[in-house]
Ligand binder design. Structure first.
Ligand SMILES: Cc1cc2nc3c(=O)[nH]c(=O)nc-3n(C[C@H](O)[C@H](O)[C@H](O)COP(=O)(O)OP(=O)(O)OC[C@H]3O[C@@H](n4cnc5c(N)ncnc54)[C@H](O)[C@@H]3O)c2cc1C
Length: 396
């Protein structure tokens, strides 16, 4: 027997789960196929593991910056709830590798905050809880096995043999998308030759909601403020250096991070062990086909130095969900999907261009480029209108 849905979302990570939730209470019957649904969030009684204080629950090392526009939208979905521990960012300090500096302050642009920092697992869990309560959504915890492409409907076979038919398949299955491969959609890949080393720390001094970023000879180090006297770091550096950092004893790794951050927040105490994520820019050659759309990391990935990966994914979801509100057209109508892809192109292309360009600009050892990038940074700092324009783009 075949189960019929209007829309089947393959992958229930942040992008896929958010899309499903945004389609709650629509006319569409929706399924989300996710073999690894989020685990329950740790109870407050847990913790006390790798440097954690008992009574506060563990801290996820996957911590992201979310734009205020996306947070406001997640609030309308009911997913940015009290379980999502978060820290508003009021200011950002960026430091070059030869005296360049750039500061952004929310107040200067008349904004309450520039971003919010929160753990991935808690937001994922809140999204998932929301969609469990929806009448028109079924979540299926099975892996995919095969897909057959039809003229009006596609058929998906799951591990174990269950068959699903749908007018629209959504690939939200991450950077190595299974659906993208099944559809033979090509991929442009640029290996940044960087690994993002992430870890959480407690700080001696309060961060006052300030995020820091240092462009260094060996990569980019970011301090993202977490609730309380805690930060999450992303140190994007060459694979060799990342391996060497991860291999250090905890106290040595901690003092390297404090030193690279110029002891801005005093002494650090490690809360989670370091983890490394290889960084690549990817872009699928097509985001849409008849009855098929790729969103989030399945469609595009970027260097995390601008904290934009899942923000792009959520902006995909916001636009696609808005387009799917029109129930007069079939969900997989190619005109609808092409209009969606066209409208997403500028945002994704500009973020890929800027993050890739910055990474390259700061990776060069040439004296002239070093001078240029640091001077450019400081000059930008003097241009209030330019900084306000940059902030207004980043908050969407
Ligand atoms: C070091 C680092 C720091 C980052 N910091 C930021 C930041 O500050 N701000 C920001 O916006 N972004 C950031 N990002 C990017 C962000 O992590 C990603 O953009 C985001 O997690 C992508 O979400 P997604 O749901 O599209 O894909 P994923 O999170 O990869 O989810 C894909 C889902 O699909 C499922 N799946 C896979 N294959 C199948 C299949 N065959 N069938 C069914 N399901 C399947 C998987 O189980 C998974 O749950 C960062 C990334 C890194 C590496």
């Amino acid at each position: 027997m075949v189960a019929r849905f209007d829309i089947v979302i393959i992958g229930g990570g942040l992008s896929g789960a958010a899309l499903a939730l945004a389609l709650r209470d629509t006319a569409w019957r929706v399924a989300v196929v996710e073999p690894n649904p989020p685990a329950d969030i740790p109870s407050p009684a847990s913790g006390g593991g790798w440097g954690e204080a008992p009574g506060e629950g563990n801290w996820d090392a996957r911590v992201y910056a979310y734009s205020p526009g996306n947070v406001a939208w997640l609030q309308t979905l009911g997913a940015w709830d009290a379980t999502v521990r978060n820290q508003p960012v009021y200011a950002m300090r960026i430091v070059g590798d030869a005296g360049g500096h750039l500061a952004f302050d929310a107040l200067d642009a008349g904004l309450p905050e520039l971003a919010f920092i929160a753990e991935s697992n808690r937001l994922h869990h809140a999204l998932w809880q929301g969609l469990q309560a929806a009448n028109n959504i079924e979540s299926i915890g099975t892996a995919t096995a095969s897909v057959t492409w039809g003229a009006a409907e596609h058929e998906l076979v799951l591990a174990g043999g269950r068959r699903l038919q749908a007018g629209l398949l959504v690939g939200a299955d991450g950077a190595n998308s299974w659906l993208r491969n099944q559809a033979n959609i090509g991929l442009t890949v640029e290996d940044y030759r960087h690994v993002g080393v992430v870890a959480n720390f407690e700080t001696e001094r309060p961060h006052r909601g300030i995020a820091y970023q240092w462009f260094r000879d060996d990569g980019v180090l970011a301090y993202l403020p977490l609730p309380g006297k805690r930060i999450s770091i992303v140190w994007s550096t060459t694979p060799d250096r990342a391996e060497a950092l991860k291999a250090l004893p905890a106290d040595e790794f901690t003092s390297r991070v404090a030193e690279a951050g110029r002891h801005s927040l005093g002494a650090l105490r490690p809360v989670t062990p370091p983890q490394g994520f290889p960084l690549k820019r990817r872009r699928a050659e097509d985001w849409v086909r008849p009855g098929l759309v790729l969103i989030g990391d399945a469609a595009h990935t970027v260097h995390p130095l601008a904290g934009q990966g899942i923000n792009l994914g959520f902006r995909d979801v916001r636009l696609l969900a808005e387009s799917l509100r029109d129930a007069h057209l079939a969900p997989g109508d190619i005109g609808r999907l092409k209009a969606y892809a066209l409208r997403r192109d500028e945002d994704v292309s500009s973020v890929q261009f800027v993050t890739g360009g910055l990474k390259k600009l700061f990776a060069s050892d040439e004296t002239l480029l070093r001078w240029l990038r640091n001077t450019g940074m400081t000059m930008t700092d003097g241009q209030t209108w330019l900084k306000q324009a940059l902030m207004r783009h980043a908050i969407q």
